[in-house]
Design a protein around this ligand. Structure first.
Ligand code: ZN
Length: 348
């Protein structure tokens, strides 16, 4: 009897989630979102308090980057400090839904496995998953560590973490990060050495897609910088790739939402181009694109304007990233958000 009740409860919550997201989609043809790094339960409460003001700006999606700040049960050794519990996560989702706001959690995959001198818990506790184990002590000489896409056991381990975040938040979508991967196909990894970077990157995307979209039936989002060729686009080596990953653009599933981020005004690029260009490129490949801006107001306005002017239904709206530049209570009044959202006004 008990397993049946659990099954019914799971089915019930799945049906409720599907109904909620159908209604959200019908009401929100334009995605006006913000991305925040979510550091612990106290910050979750700050976000909750800010929701009515955020809703009043037209915001209808919140992407919260959780990474290892979650009280994982499947692998408790990779719990970060000040971790969110499942209850914290569910409470935030419910608070967002009560305001008509969709909540999308993020877990950064592949790259960004360290920050400055700190290695994040996965590779700190499981160096056997590291692309460059024992190399670059103190993370000197690299931007961030990466996990090895081909390390035995790594895929199943990460799947457990993603499942806990998905179930904890009751998520209908997951942002998998995948940005700024500089360490890939390293000479220090016997499994990946000599393998084409685009193949390794595309395989990593496919692996995540098979789980998030294939098994879990969620929508998947990722940052798109590794799919853009810095040379042919004229974009910088952070927002676009110089390390051979870009051909993956033609090898990955088209139903992934591409979060295309650029933070500098056009005047700062060589040759002062008239448009960023990557939006058009990603859309031409068949992706839906969520243009993503940051704190530079001029850049946010220009990028949002370029997206809207394309008149392409694949352009979803605008995702305003914050990267610690504004606290939750200040976000609704933050100029880059106001300016960016204004560009999309007049659309339902
Ligand atoms: Zn490797």
């Amino acid at each position: 009897m008990r397993p049946l009740l659990i099954l019914l409860a799971v089915l019930g919550s799945w049906v409720a989630r599907a109904a909620w997201i159908d209604e959200w989609r019908a009401r929100n043809p334009v995605w006006r979102g913000a991305h925040v790094l979510l550091h612990g339960p106290a910050m979750a409460r700050e976000i909750e308090s800010a929701l009515p003001a955020l809703r009043a700006t037209g915001l209808n999606v919140l992407v919260v980057e959780v990474d290892y700040g979650f009280a994982f049960d499947s692998h408790p050794e990779v719990r970060g400090g000040n971790a969110l519990t499942r209850e914290d996560a569910r409470r935030l989702t419910e608070a967002c839904h009560a305001q008509g706001i969709r909540l999308i959690p993020q877990f950064s995959c592949l790259g960004h496995q360290s920050w400055a001198g700190t290695t994040h818990p996965l590779l700190a506790k499981h160096p056997e998953f590291d692309e460059t184990p024992g190399r670059y002590p103190g993370n000197q000489g690299i931007y961030c560590r990466s996990w090895c896409p081909r390390a035995p056991g790594r895929e199943a381990f990460v799947r457990d973490l993603l499942d806990e975040i998905i179930d904890g938040f009751g998520a209908d979508a997951l942002h998998v990060g995948m940005d700024e991967v500089f360490v890939i196909g390293s000479e220090h990894c016997a499994r990946c050495r000599g393998v084409d970077a685009a193949t390794l990157f595309a395989d990593s995307v496919d692996e995540l897609h098979a789980h998030v979209v294939g098994r879990r039936k969620l929508e998947m989002l990722m940052w798109s910088d590794r799919l853009l060729d810095a040379k042919t686009t004229g974009l910088g080596e952070w927002e676009a790739a110089r390390n051979g990953t870009a051909p993956a653009i033609d090898r990955i599933p088209k139903d992934i939402v591409q979060c295309d981020w650029h933070y500098e005004p056009l005047a700062k690029y060589p040759g002062k181009p008239r448009e960023y260009g990557s939006l058009r490129l990603l859309a031409s490949k068949g992706f839906r694109v969520w243009p993503s801006s940051w704190k530079n107001v001029e850049s946010a306005r220009a990028f949002a304007t370029e997206a809207r002017a394309l008149g392409d239904p694949r352009m979803l709206g605008l995702l305003v990233t914050t990267w610690g530049a504004v606290k939750p209570e200040g976000l609704a009044g933050w100029e880059p958000l106001r300016v960016g959202f204004d560009v999309w006004k007049g659309k339902p």
